[in-house]
Design a protein around this ligand. Structure first.
Ligand code: GDP
Length: 185
């Protein structure tokens, strides 16, 4: 589903502040049904109405491209590889109501480590659907512990309630900037 569900957020609409240079690519990874499309459509919907302040949050002079990725269960290795090479940063999603998706996130982290051996590729582990409290299968502390093992940040979100979605996005942009600044220093 690479091309059909590609979702692009571009701060170009905010115009003049954008400079040339390749945009950051933030890739959404995760099992089917965890909320990648819901996440991407929140960002895509916001792109049109972004003002320059938000553009600043999105990485200032660079645009941010969000890719809602391939069907991770399809075993399409070519698409998988392309996805793993494409990103500057990754939001690794699971659903707190689906333990299998949590295990899948671990697998994806390991695959990602293989393709991106560099230590500093920003990754945030995202436990989505935190509004579905009664159907919770993965505790907050399990999510946090998993992120500690992965050496990445952790956040729980609800795309349905639009809770913490932007926090996750701003978190990844912050990490991209830190990395850029330390490269330039
Ligand atoms: P994808 O396969 O990862 O792209 O998942 P989708 O974005 O298509 O979401 C799968 C289903 O979960 C859809 O019915 C969404 O409406 C629903 N969904 C996504 N995020 C949330 C959330 O945060 N809370 C709830 N309750 N439902 C969600």
């Amino acid at each position: 589903s690479w091309s059909s569900s590609d979702s692009v957020i571009s701060t170009d609409s905010a115009g003049e502040t954008a400079e040339t240079g390749s945009p950051y690519r933030v890739v959404l990874l995760g099992a089917n049904g965890v909320g990648k499309t819901a996440f991407a459509s929140i960002f895509a919907g916001a792109a049109d109405s972004m003002d320059s302040d938000e553009c600043e949050l999105c990485g200032g002079e660079k645009t941010v491209t969000l890719l809602d990725t391939w069907d991770t269960e399809s075993d399409d290795e070519w698409a998988q590889e392309r996805c793993m090479h494409t990103g500057d940063a990754y939001l690794l999603l699971y659903s707190i109501t689906d333990r299998a998706s949590f295990l899948r996130a671990s697998e994806l982290r390991i695959i990602l480590r293989h393709f991106r051996p560099a230590q500093h590729t920003p990754i945030i582990l995202v436990g989505n659907k935190c509004d579905l409290v009664r159907r919770r299968e993965v505790s907050v502390s399990e999510g946090r512990a998993c992120a500690a093992v992965f050496d990445c940040k952790f956040i729980e979100t609800s795309a349905a309630m639009q809770h913490n979605v932007w926090e996750a996005f701003h978190g990844i942009v912050r990490q991209l900037r830190l990395r850029r600044d330390s490269k330039e220093a």
